[in-house]
Design a protein around this ligand. Structure first.
Ligand code: NAP
Length: 340
């Protein structure tokens, strides 16, 4: 746009818990071309405080926010099981929606979203798989796409959190945590995951009683690439994600950004991010900025409803494997042309 000033995109945010507030602060503080216009959360006290801080209106329920004339686009950051209904309400009024992961906690919920979007005939839904915006992962993908390491054969991945919140269960390691790898691998490798096997061995004495932690998740892609993911939600030392891709002529690894070079106590080393907010803060910012910029030109190009559905299908199969202690196949519906 030359010489024209773009109108601010008015965003309505549903859910003002940990990531909702993070996103609101990001939009208010560092995203060009957008502002938070309205917020809703079932916690009335919290939503009032958040609305005051963001200079936004606190609305009474999700549908009122979605249908509000002064809300141009919606960011859904409520608990996962609520996502399909809230996203469907956005599609009903033709508004772009950035839905935090997961798109839904059931395959059926995700398919309803796909069906509604396909019948509209245009993409309005983006799913919050922010690793696709991380500089390190983008670099790994560039190397893979360039053919520099030959044919991809295997991936070794690590996903460690310092500690799990109270009430965190073994299946949540798969649906909340490893679901990021489930999406990232589909994107990095450019193909679907066809089967998943989950195993666990000795658990950490520091993990809650009954929590299987760490766990090992083996993903198999349609072409036969094997991806092993260590999920450890009580590693104590920090937030650590890793990814090494083994190709036929070389390997490529995710390089965790250096936060500080620390020398002390006889050791010289690199500091580790404290949590996912710190590790992926630039990725969240890029995700939001690209979403806002895309809407300005009528284009939603980030992770799609199909990506959300495929990741949920893998997560559901992983939970099945975890409880049956067998390999679970992932069977996907036919991919609509809208997502090809
Ligand atoms: P959270 O802290 O529990 O926040 C969720 C908020 O939504 C809470 O304030 C909750 O209120 C509220 N809520 C409950 N029912 C609602 C309703 N019907 N309408 C609107 N709001 C409602 O959870 P979170 O960690 O922010 O996670 C939210 C979503 O973001 C989840 O799907 C999660 O998987 C995803 N997430 C993604 C990332 C990422 O890296 N992309 C990171 C973190 C979270 P109450 O507490 O009173 O129920």
């Amino acid at each position: 746009m030359t010489g024209e000033r773009r109108a601010l995109l008015n965003i309505g945010v549903i859910g003002t818990g940990s990531i909702g507030v993070d996103h609101i602060r990001r939009v208010s503080g560092s995203i060009a071309g957008a502002r938070v216009a309205a917020v809703f959360d079932v916690d009335a006290e919290r939503v009032r405080a958040v609305a005051h801080e963001a200079d936004a209106r606190a609305l009474d329920d999700a549908v009122t926010l979605i249908t509000d004339d002064d809300v141009d686009a919606v960011l859904v950051a409520s608990p996962g099981p609520l996502h399909p209904e809230q996203v469907l309400a956005c599609l009903d009024v033709g508004k772009p929606v950035l839905c935090e992961k997961p798109l839904g906690t059931t395959v059926e919920g995700c398919l309803r979203v796909i069906e509604a979007e396909v019948s509209l005939g245009r993409r309005l839904v983006q799913v919050g798989f922010m690793r696709r915006y991380d500089h390190g992962y983008r670099r790994v993908k560039q190397v893979l796409d360039s053919g520099q390491v030959g044919d991809v054969l295997m991936v070794h991945a690590v996903h460690r959190n310092p500690e799990a919140p109270d009430g965190f269960t073994s299946d949540m390691s798969l649906t909340d945590s490893v679901v990021h790898e489930m999406d990232t691998m589909r994107w990095l490798l450019g193909e679907e995951i066809s089967a998943v096997t989950v195993v666990h061995g000795r658990s950490s004495p520091l993990s809650a009683v009954g929590l299987q932690d760490p766990q090992l998740v083996l993903l198999e892609t349609v072409s036969g690439v094997l991806v092993d993911v260590e999920s450890f939600v009580n590693c104590q030392y920090g937030y650590d994600v890793g990814c090494e891709v083994v190709g036929s002529t070389g390997t490529v690894s995710l390089d965790t950004p250096t936060y500080a070079a620390v020398t002390g106590s006889g050791v010289r080393g690199r500091s580790v991010p404290a949590d996912w907010q710190e590790r992926f803060c630039d990725a969240y910012r890029a995700e939001l900025q690209e979403w806002v910029d895309g809407i300005a030109v009528g284009d939603v190009t980030g992770p799609s409803a199909w990506d959300g559905y495929a990741a949920t299908a893998v997560a559901v199969a992983a939970v099945e494997s975890q409880s049956s202690l067998t390999r679970a196949e992932v069977k996907l519906a036919d991919k609509p042309a809208l997502y090809v």
